[in-house]
Design a protein. Sequence first.
Length: 116
Amino acid sequence: VQLVESGGGLVQPGGSLRLSCAASGFTFFIYNMNWYRQAPGKERERVATIGSLGSNILNYADSVKGRFTISRDNAKTTVYLQMNSLKPEDTAVYYCNVWRQGMDYWGKGTLVTVSS
């Protein structure tokens, strides 16, 4: 299993970023996919979940509802996180995650910094 995040960077408050996670090494479309984040000095928290093919699962943390959108392209085995109206408190390392056969798999993360 390999998960590779990209798309992070520095953005001003109110700006937007789109994160991508390229997945490989497993049957992508049958698994729910997650985005987590970890801010400095804080615990890792789940930001969003999207269900497998045919599932209508879409869950968001309260802190990002209405601003972030998770999506997936099963043909490209990629999951996305569109982040709008970014706030300084969204600053964190963002991780892609899949729970598969009793194990958690993580990417190395991509840093998002929201600052003026």
